[in-house]
Design a protein around this ligand. Structure first.
Ligand code: ZN
Length: 200
């Protein structure tokens, strides 16, 4: 997309803004009250608001390479600040970890990255998922690693005391979702059956 196209795009958006003035001005006057924190990949093809048909104000969002939540002890400040604000201030009720098929970040993890690149350190937070997927022997390794990474990052959320507490009290639900780029459909991980099912 060119900048010229983006400029025209904003003109189109401002028309839509006028049509939906009530929604947008309500968000300005009364603030945001999203109930969902979305943790997704930076991939330009996986746009949270598009794939669940959400409006402005609906989703609080973290996006990074391979939808990663470094555990509390990793001392990483970016994702943990978003978690703090979402859970403690906005009091969101659901966290969705959404990975996706064809994830370039996961492929880089499988293929290996130069050790002097930042991505190398970042993807270390997904390494255990690759190992679990390898040990499972399930084919293809890419899809299995993507799935295991979603489960791993959901587990990492619980390393933050305030998330674990709310989760245990039933005030916060953690969802594990997989977006399938070739169909637009989303699968979720069902803990009881230990299986992935399509969202209904
Ligand atoms: Zn990705």
């Amino acid at each position: 997309m060119t900048l010229a196209k983006m400029s025209k795009g904003n003109a189109i958006f401002t028309d839509k803004f006028k049509e939906n003035k009530k929604l947008y001005l309500d968000l300005v006057e009364n603030g945001q009250h999203p109930k969902v924190l979305w943790v997704g990949c930076s991939d330009s093809r996986v746009v949270p608001e598009f794939i669940v048909n959400a409006n402005a104000g609906d989703l609080f969002v973290i996006r990074n390479i391979a939808n990663i939540i470094p555990p509390k002890d990793a001392g990483e400040n970016c994702t943990s600040s978003v978690l703090e604000y979402a859970v403690l201030e906005l009091k969101i009720e659901n966290i969705i970890i959404c990975g996706h098929t064809g994830c370039g970040g996961i492929n880089a993890l499988i293929d290996g990255t130069p050790t002097d690149f930042k991505i190398h350190d970042w993807l270390k937070h997904a390494c255990p998922a690759k190992e679990t997927a390898k040990n499972s022997g399930i084919d293809p390794l890419e899809l299995e690693t993507i799935k295991e990474n979603i489960l791993l990052q959901a587990k990492n959320l619980l390393t933050f005391d305030y998330i674990e507490k709310k989760h245990n009290k039933g005030e916060l639900t953690i969802h594990k979702w997989l977006y399938r780029m070739n169909s637009g459909k989303i699968s979720f991980f069902d803990e009881i059956n230990n299986k992935w099912f399509l969202l209904k």
